[in-house]
Design a protein around this ligand. Structure first.
Ligand code: SF4
Length: 349
C-alpha cells in the first residue's frame, strides 16, 4: 500500500438483507480411496483415486449491498476455492448458497440468471483473463450483448460509459489488451465484469499482480464503484494490508476454516487469534509505528494431511497440549467478533 495514495475509508456497515449468504460451505477435491490398498490397485492395473483435499470446511459468511468483506489467508488456505463457490463458478461439496434470501440450487431459471449475472469475479492476472486477439471494447461489451442486456444499437455507448466509469478513455476501445499497462488491463477486466450490472464482485487477489502505486489506484476504483453502485465485495487477499483500508469486516482463513471474524477496525486494533497476529506481524506499519516484522514459523501444512486438533498448532507460538488433540470452534469473544482458539477468550489477550 502506498501512503501517498490513500484508499477512501469504508462506509458504515450496510443495513438490510444480505445479497449473498454462504452457510456451512464445504469444498472437497478428489476422493478418498475406497478401501483397496494402493499397492493392490497397482497390481490389478487400477489407478488409485486422487487423495481428497478438503479445501473449505464449514464456512459461513454473508455480504450485504455496499459491504466489503475481506477474506485473508496464506496461499493454499482455500480462500480461492471459497471465492469460486461464492461466485457460482464451482459447486460446493456441502452447505447452501443463498442469493437474496433464496437457495440458488432451487431458483427458478430467471432468478438463477440474476444470480449468475449478479455475482461476478475479478481474477489476479488481467492479461490471462483477456483474449489477446479481441479488442477491449468488444471484450467489455460481449457479455451484455450475449445476454441481451443492451440493444445492439446502444452497445458502443454502453461500452464507452463503462470505460469512463473505470477511468479509461473510450477512444481506446479499438485497442488490443497488449497495448495497455497492467493497471489499465485490470480496469478493462473490471469494466467487463460491470457490463452485466452485477450487485456483488468476488475479487480474488485482484491487485496482487500490480505495482504498489497502481494497487492503491485500483483499490480506490473499487471503493468509488462501491459508493456509486452500492456494490458488495468479497475481497480475497493473502495480504492483510490490502484489505485494511477498504474492508468493513475481515475473515481470517487457515487450512479451509475461518479462524477469526471481526469488523475491520476491531480486528486490526484487537486481533485475537494467534494466526491473525502472526499475519499482522508480517506487514509493515502504515503509520510509521512500531510494527515489527516477524515471519510466521514454518510452512502452511498440506490440506491433504492437515494436523489434528487446531490445524495451526505446529506453528503457533502459544500452543498448549490441548491444541494438538481438540479442534477449537468459532466462539464470540466480543460483539461481532469471533475466533476459534483455546486461549482465554479476551480479544487482544
Ligand atoms: Fe494456538 Fe492453540 Fe489457539 Fe490453535 S487453539 S491458535 S494452537 S493457542
Amino acid at each position: 500500500m502506498n501512503d501517498a495514495m490513500p484508499v477512501s475509508a469504508p462506509a458504515a456497515l450496510s443495513a438490510g438483507a444480505p445479497l449473498l449468504e454462504l452457510k456451512g460451505i464445504e469444498k472437497r477435491y478428489g476422493a478418498r480411496s475406497p478401501g483397496m490398498g494402493a499397492a493392490l490397485m497397482a497390481r490389478l492395473g487400477l489407478r488409485p483415486p486422487a487423495n481428497e483435499v478438503h479445501a473449505v470446511r464449514e464456512v459461513d459468511l454473508s455480504v450485504r449491498p455496499g459491504e466489503v468483506i475481506g477474506l485473508v489467508g496464506e496461499s493454499g488456505c482455500g480462500k480461492s476455492s471459497l471465492g469460486r463457490v461464492a461466485a457460482g463458478i464451482a459447486r460446493p461439496s456441502g452447505g447452501e448458497i443463498m442469493f437474496r434470501g433464496e437457495n440458488v440450487d432451487t431458483l427458478a431459471p430467471a432468478k438463477r440468471r440474476a444470480f449468475d449475472l449478479g455475482v461476478q469475479m475479478v481474477f489476479q492476472n488481467p492479461f490471462a483473463s483477456l483474449n489477446p486477439r479481441i479488442r477491449v471494447g468488444e471484450a467489455i461489451g460481449e457479455a451484455a450483448r450475449v445476454h441481451g442486456l443492451v440493444a445492439k444499437a446502444d452497445l458502443a455507448d454502453h461500452v464507452a460509459q463503462l470505460m469512463r466509469k473505470v477511468g479509461l478513455d473510450p477512444a481506446y476501445a479499438q485497442r488490443f489488451p497488449h497495448q495497455f499497462s497492467g493497471g489499465q488491463r485490470q480496469r478493462i477486466v473490471i469494466a467487463r465484469a460491470l457490463s452485466v450490472q452485477p450487485t456483488l464482485l468476488v475479487c480474488d487477489e485482484a491487485v496482487a499482480a500490480l505495482d504498489v502505486s497502481v494497487q492503491a489506484q485500483v483499490l480506490n476504483l473499487f471503493m468509488a464503484l462501491r459508493d456509486d453502485m452500492n456494490l458488495g465485495y468479497l475481497f480475497i487477499s493473502h495480504n492483510l494490508a490490502v484489505v485494511e483500508r477498504m474492508a468493513d469486516r475481515v475473515l481470517i482463513m487457515y487450512l479451509g476454516k475461518i479462524v477469526e471474524s471481526a469488523p475491520a477496525r476491531d480486528l486490526f486494533l484487537r486481533p485475537s487469534h494467534p494466526y491473525t497476529r502472526a499475519l499482522l506481524n508480517e506487514i509493515p506499519s502504515l503509520d510509521g509505528g512500531a510494527r515489527v516484522y516477524i515471519p510466521i514459523k514454518g510452512e502452511l501444512p498440506s490440506p491433504m494431511n492437515p494436523p489434528g486438533g487446531c490445524a495451526f498448532h505446529p506453528r503457533c507460538p502459544q500452543a498448549m497440549p490441548v491444541c494438538s488433540v481438540r479442534s477449537p470452534v468459532l466462539e464470540t469473544v466480543a460483539p461481532g467478533h469471533s475466533r476459534a482458539c483455546h486461549l482465554d477468550a479476551a480479544p487482544g489477550a
